[in-house]
Design a protein around this ligand. Structure first.
Ligand code: SAM
Ligand code: SF4
Ligand code: SF4
Length: 369
């Protein structure tokens, strides 16, 4: 075992304490602050990934939300602005496929003007499947998008098509990533959900591809995500999960890697760097190393419900009071009281929950991945 692969023993980098300075007053029942807001801008998608929106459940007749139920950009902008004084420093636009929402760069532009309580620009990020990215990357950059994450689970056409349930070439997504690089996004994160028997044979090809990319262009971080039991339609089974440890061991067998400290408290990915300068990778061990204890994320669904956990079964309706003309302080009060009551730690309780669960879980495309 090399010096560096010996360094990989499942130990994780040190997690810094939650800062005690900003908005100390708003914490949940487990003393977690509210720092991140994920906004699902549409529940629709141009793909049908088997682990998220399988065709059997999201077929041609699937009833997506009618347009009138979606929050408008103005409504999203107003609500997002109310989350900031409560501690939010980062907003991620997601879905569904956010690039399907017409004029999404206008929303980015509206949000890019927000400032944190410390006067810093609020970071505006987006997660996309990359299919429409080539034509949008520059407009998103110009509108003020700070960061972009592209999902890509395979470089092999057959595997890719099997996973995404559609006939889009891998090259389309790679061109989207290249366009984002040209537009100046750096680093770009690439998310790969790893499923045993589906794409686990692609861990090394993906790692090698983005290492090579790093040596040529720099600035791409490949992140391996443990397949999660989100929603009720993907038929998740624990034996399909390839653990972060197994993924890292496989990579360390080919290239020595070293742990990197988290960039900020509550960062969900554990970061690693190739010892030879081949860039950085990350693992998101949502199943085997639950990170609920530092989870500071709230989610705003496409139709304006506030969820405090990816696995929550009920959200607080913000759209009704918003449309009935509630003043800012009333809406802020609703958000704050919902956060104060939060005790979610689904992933830490997963095994117990699985035995008792009966309520169907909310789909990720609606709540925002
Ligand atoms: N459509 C966009 C995309 O695919 O990037 C944004 C929404 S998608 C729900 C957000 C992220 O969730 C993607 O990176 C996707 O791979 C991930 N995801 C969806 N279902 C998942 C599951 N069951 N387990 C792990 N990650 C999942
Ligand atoms: Fe669509 Fe993203 Fe879900 Fe795939 S993971 S079906 S691209 S929302
Ligand atoms: Fe956060 Fe819920 Fe995921 Fe735990 S299970 S990390 S509380 S979203």
């Amino acid at each position: 075992m090399s010096e560096v692969s010996a360094n990989f023993s499942g130990t994780t980098p040190t997690v810094p304490e939650m800062p005690r300075d900003a908005t100390p007053s708003l914490t949940d029942t487990l003393l977690r602050p509210l720092r991140d807001l994920r906004i699902s801008v549409t529940d629709r998608c141009n793909l049908r990934c088997t682990y998220c929106m399988p065709r059997a459940a999201f077929g041609n007749n699937h009833a997506f939300l009618p347009r009138a139920e979606l929050l408008s950009f103005e409504e999203i902008g107003r609500l997002a602005g109310l989350f900031i004084p409560l501690g939010v420093q980062k907003i991620r636009l997601t879905g569904g496929e956010p690039l399907l929402r017409r004029g999404i760069e206008r929303l980015v532009e509206m949000l890019a003007g927000l400032r944190t309580t410390q006067g810093q620009p609020v970071e505006i990020a987006m997660t996309t499947n990359g299919v429409l990215l080539a034509g949008k990357a520059q407009a998103l950059k110009d509108a003020g998008l700070s960061r972009i994450t592209v999902s890509l689970d395979s470089l092999t056409e057959a595997t890719f098509h099997r996973i995404i349930g559609a006939d889009v070439p891998v090259q389309t997504v790679l061109e989207g990533i290249a366009a984002a690089q040209r537009a100046g996004f750096a680093p770009i994160k690439v998310n790969m959900v790893v499923q045993r028997g589906v794409n686990d044979h692609e861990i090394m090809p993906m790692a090698e591809h983005f290492r090579a990319e790093h040596f040529h262009n720099g600035g791409i971080v490949l992140r391996f995500i443990e397949y999660m039991d989100v929603g009720s339609s993907n038929g998740w089974r624990i034996d399909e999960v390839v653990t972060a440890r197994q993924i890292l061991e496989q990579i360390a067998n080919h290239h020595p890697i070293r742990p990197v400290d988290p960039a900020y408290p509550g960062e969900v990915a554990e970061r690693w760097r190739y010892a030879d300068g081949g860039g950085e990778i990350g693992v998101i061990a949502a199943i085997t190393r639950a990170f609920c204890h530092t989870c500071s994320r709230a989610r705003l669904s496409t139709d304006g419900k506030l969820y405090t956990c990816l696995f929550a079964t009920r959200g607080a309706d913000l759209r009704t009071p918003l449309r009935q003309g509630a003043p800012d302080h009333a809406l802020t009060g609703l958000i704050a009281s919902h956060w104060r009551q939060r005790g979610d730690r689904y992933s830490q309780l997963r095994h117990a929950a699985a035995e008792t669960a009966s309520a169907p879980k909310i789909e990720m495309s609606y709540i925002g991945g």
